[in-house]
Write a protein that binds this ligand. Sequence first.
Ligand SMILES: *Cc1c(COP(=O)(O)O)cnc(C)c1O
Length: 423
Amino acid sequence: MATLEKAVVKGLAEDKGLYMPEQINKLPQSFFDNIEHLSFQEIAYNVAYAFFGDDVELDALKHIVYDTLAFDCPVVPVSDNIYTLELFHGPTLAFKDVGARFMARLLQYFLKKEGNGSEVNVLVATSGDTGSAVANGFLGVDGIKVYVLYPKGKVSPIQECQFTTLGKNITAIEVDGVFDDCQALVKSAFMDADLNAHMKLTSANSINVARFLPQAFYYFYAYAQMKKQGKADQMVMCVPSGNFGNICAALFGHAMGLPIKRFIAANNANDIFYNYLQTGEYRPQPSKATLANAMDVGDPSNFARIYDLYKGDHKAITSLISGATYSDDQIRQTMRQCYADTKYVLDPHGACGYQALKDLLQPGEAGVFCETAHPAKFKEKVDDILHTDIEIPQRLQEFMKGTKQSVSMSKDFADFKQYLLSK
Ligand SMILES: *Cc1c(COP(=O)(O)O)cnc(C)c1O
């Protein structure tokens, strides 16, 4: 057992396992009865209180929540009985902004409370979206340094400028290798005794409880918005999934009493979870590169949390969660069809979610899928598939004006270790 503080500051447990909350507090029925009259921040504060209220002073918690959620996550109708929860209105236009910002603020709170002035170093490996959300969430936060490791030449120019142009406490490290090499460097660093003696290290990937749990907030808010429209009775939530942090947060919400009828995990060609649902056997695979690259995960870290939440009961899991898997061709086809039918521009990740609802929604149900990133983050692909020239939001354009700064690194751990020891 560990305190919340330890779980947040350390990220990973000593045995390299993931932290789980000891108990999951239910929210009172009165909260759900009244939820459609509350603002996003008010809803999130109630949920945050149930998760973190024993460990964080209430004024501070409220401040963290309100600071994190300074943007909206609207539910927008797309086609008959299919709605999208747009999670891309934050600073870097992807849903990871919520967890990254919340984690930065919570970590800052614990460091201040401790008051011993020791700095924490956040290491994060990214194929694009995680790095930009974490870098922007932690930008300018005292007492925390962030190192973003990314594969040279494998990240889109729009994504790259979101974490290489910031400066201050953010260092971008351009690794001469692929994403798996970046992740291996980070993992080796966490396990290295010399480095851990030299500096405090933590993770900002969704293995950290402070990054994945706040993602539950917007599922409650989505429910509230559907309830307002009288559509919440038979609500199905569909989450495009890679490392399964996002859907895991939704399932924690369900365990707290959120009355969502069932869930769908939509995958690209990386179909490990889908196969688990069909067979009861979990078989990690090397990841496959796809159009929806933020979901290219062959061994989803949060599978262990889902398994634990339902005590490994395959039947309990399959009665609540269904799966779907789509090839790149199907993703293209879905994006074109949806655009032709509705004029809604899906990004390749959201496309998996939309199609899964098309395929699996039952009569009488209302489906909501997460649009996990703004299509402009994948502008080259989206324009190529839809023959469009979609607009780049102002916020993204601002990043693109900055000067790129990064440290070049080989994929050899000895080099990375030497670099960190010099810090
Ligand atoms: C991270 C990400 C996902 C996958 O989320 P998980 O929590 O890893 O399952 C899906 N879409 C986009 C755009 C992402 O950045």
